[in-house]
Ligand binder design. Structure first.
Ligand code: PLP
Length: 420
C-alpha cells in the first residue's frame, strides 16, 4: 500500500463484528482460561497480551502503522521521544560501551547521552554531522555499539547525510540509529539509505495537535546482530532474566524490538498509555495531508523572511540558499519539515522583542504542531548549554525556531510582518 493508505488503513484490522475504529483497550490486564496458558506467555513461548506494561492491543496497532510507514519489520511505542532514544541505545549498550553521537541532536538527547547515560557507564564521542567520512571514522572505538543522529536536526535543521553515516557505522560493525521526528516517514524513509533503527518523538508531527507526549522505535530488520555476537551479547547470548532465551535465535528479525519490549519495557516501564496511543492514531490518519502543507507554508515563510530587511539569516533546508538543499533534495525530495530557524540583525534582544509582538504564533515549548509556534532555544530548551555547546549543537544565541503550522500562510506571514 502507499503511505496515504497506510496512514488511514493500517494497524487496526477489525474482524467480523468488531469495532470499525481502533478501540482503547483501557485495561491493565487480560484474562486467560488456564494458569498453564498464562505461564507460556510469561516464557515468551506463546504470544498474547497479559499486562499492559509489556504489550497492549491499542498500542500494538499504532506501532504497526508506524512500522509500515517506515518500512520496518517491528516497532514499539514508548511514553516519550526521550524514552524512545534511551531504549534504542540502551537496548544494545551497557556499562563500558561507547556511542558515536551527532553534535546537532535535540538538546534532550544530547543531555541523555552526554550526562545521564555517562553516569550509567556509557560514554560517547560527539561528532560534527558535516565532517567528512574519514573524520567520522576516527570517532569509533573498539567498544562502540551504535551511532545516533537526527535525519533533520532539531533545531539546527542540519540534514543528515544518511548514506555517509550508515557507511561509517557499518564499516565498524555497528548499526545507525536515526531520529526521524522532523521529516517523518512521509518525507524520509531512512531505511532505504542504510539506517538500521528509527526513533520518533511522536509528540511532534505524528500526533500533530500537541495533545500527547509519546515516542516510537522501529527496526528495519536489516542489521545482522548474530554476525557480531561479541559486540551484542544482550541479543546473541542467553537472557538469564528470560529463562535463557537467545533473542536472535528465537525471534530472528524481530530480536531487537522483542528484547526492548520484553526486557527494557518490563524493567523500566516507559509505556505509552492506550489513551494517548488512540489519539496518536488519529493524528497519524492525517499525517500525509499535513506534512505537505507544513512544507509548502514553511517554504513561503522562509522566502518571506529571506527578503525582509531586519532578518540577518534564514536556515530552511527547502531554500535554495541552504547549505543542506542538495542533501534535502536527495533524502527528502517531497519536502523536509515545517520548521525554520532564523536570526535578526538586532541579535538576541531583537529576537526576544519580536517574539513578544507575535499574535498568531504562540511562544510555546513545542514544535511540529498544526498551530504555528515559536521558541528561542538559547533561553528555553537549550538554556543548560554553555556557548561552546550551543555552537556545537548548531544553535546560535540569536536563533529563533519557528514552527510553521497549517493555517493560511498569508496570515502567518502577516503576523511575522507586523511583529518585525
Ligand atoms: C522533541 C524531540 C525529542 C524528545 O521527545 P519527547 O517526546 O519530548 O520526549 C527527541 N528528538 C527530537 C528530534 C525531538 O524533536
Amino acid at each position: 500500500m502507499n503511505k496515504e493508505t497506510i496512514c488511514i488503513q493500517s494497524g487496526w484490522k477489525p474482524k467480523n463484528g468488531e469495532p470499525r475504529v481502533l478501540p482503547i483497550y483501557q485495561s491493565t490486564t487480560f484474562k486467560y482460561e488456564t494458569s498453564e496458558q498464562m505461564g507460556r506467555l510469561f516464557d515468551l513461548e506463546e504470544s498474547g497480551y497479559f499486562y499492559t506494561r509489556l504489550a497492549n492491543p491499542t498500542n500494538d496497532s499504532v506501532a504497526q502503522k508506524i512500522c509500515e510507514l517506515e518500512g520496518g519489520v517491528a516497532a514499539m511505542l514508548t511514553s516519550s521521544g526521550q524514552a524512545a532514544n534511551y531504549y534504542a541505545v540502551f537496548n544494545i549498550c551497557e556499562a563500558g560501551d561507547h556511542v558515536v553521537l551527532s553534535s546537532t541532536v535535540y538538546g534532550g538527547t544530547f543531555n541523555l547521552l552526554t550526562c545521564t547515560m555517562k553516569k550509567m557507564g556509557i560514554s560517547c564521542t560527539v561528532v560534527d554531522p558535516d565532517s567528512d567520512y574519514d573524520t567520522l571514522c576516527q570517532a569509533f572505538l573498539p567498544n562502540t555499539k551504535c551511532v545516533l543522529a537526527e535525519t533533520i536536526a532539531n533545531p539546527a535543521l542540519v540534514v543528515l547525510d544518511i548514506e555517509k553515516f550508515a557507511k561509517a557505522a557499518h564499516a565498524h560493525q555497528v548499526p545507525l540509529i536515526v531520529d526521524n521526528t522532523f521529516p517523518t516517514p512521509i518525507n524520509c524513509n531512512s531505511f532505504q539509505w542504510g539506517a538500521d533503527i528509527v526513533t520518533h518523538s511522536t509528540t511532534k508531527y505524528m500526533d500533530g495537535h500537541a495533545m500527547c507526549v509519546g515516542g516510537a522505535i522501529v527496526d528495519s530488520g536489516n542489521f545482522d546482530w548474530a554476525a557480531y555476537p561479541d559486540k551484542f551479547p544482550g541479543l546473541c547470548t542467553p537472557d538469564e532474566s528470560y529463562h535463557g532465551i537467545v533473542y536472535t535465535e528465537k525471534f530472528g528479525k524481530a530480536a531487537y524490538i522483542t528484547k526492548a519490549t520484553s526486557q527494557l519495557m518490563r524493567d523500566l516501564g516507559s509505556i505509552q498509555s492506550p489513551q494517548n496511543a488512540f489519539l496518536l492514531n488519529i493524528g497519524l490518519e492525517t499525517l500525509h495531508l499535513r506534512m505537505p502543507r507544513h512544507c509548502e507554508n514553511a517554504l513561503k515563510v522562509a522566502e518571506f523572511l529571506e527578503r525582509h530587511e531586519k532578518v540577518a539569516w534564514v536556515n530552511y533546508p527547502g531554500l535554495k540558499s541552504s547549505k543542506y538543499y542538495e542533501l534535502a533534495q536527495k533524502y527528502m525530495p517531497d519536502g523536509t519539515c515545517g520548521v525554520i530557524s532564523f536570526g535578526l540583525k538586532g541579535g538576541r534582544k531583537a529576537a526576544e522583542e519580536m517574539m513578544d509582538h507575535l499574535k498568531l504564533a504562540a511562544i510555546v515549548t513545542h514544535v511540529a504542531d498544526a498551530r504555528t509556534c515559536v521558541l528561542h532555544p538559547a533561553s528555553h530548551t537549550h538554556r543548560q548549554m554553555n556557548d561552546e555547546q550551543l555552537k556545537e549543537a548548531g544553535v546560535a544565541p540569536d536563533l529563533i525556531r519557528l514552527s510553521v503550522g497549517i493555517e493560511n500562510v498569508n496570515d502567518i506571514i502577516a503576523d511575522l510582518e507586523q511583529a518585525l
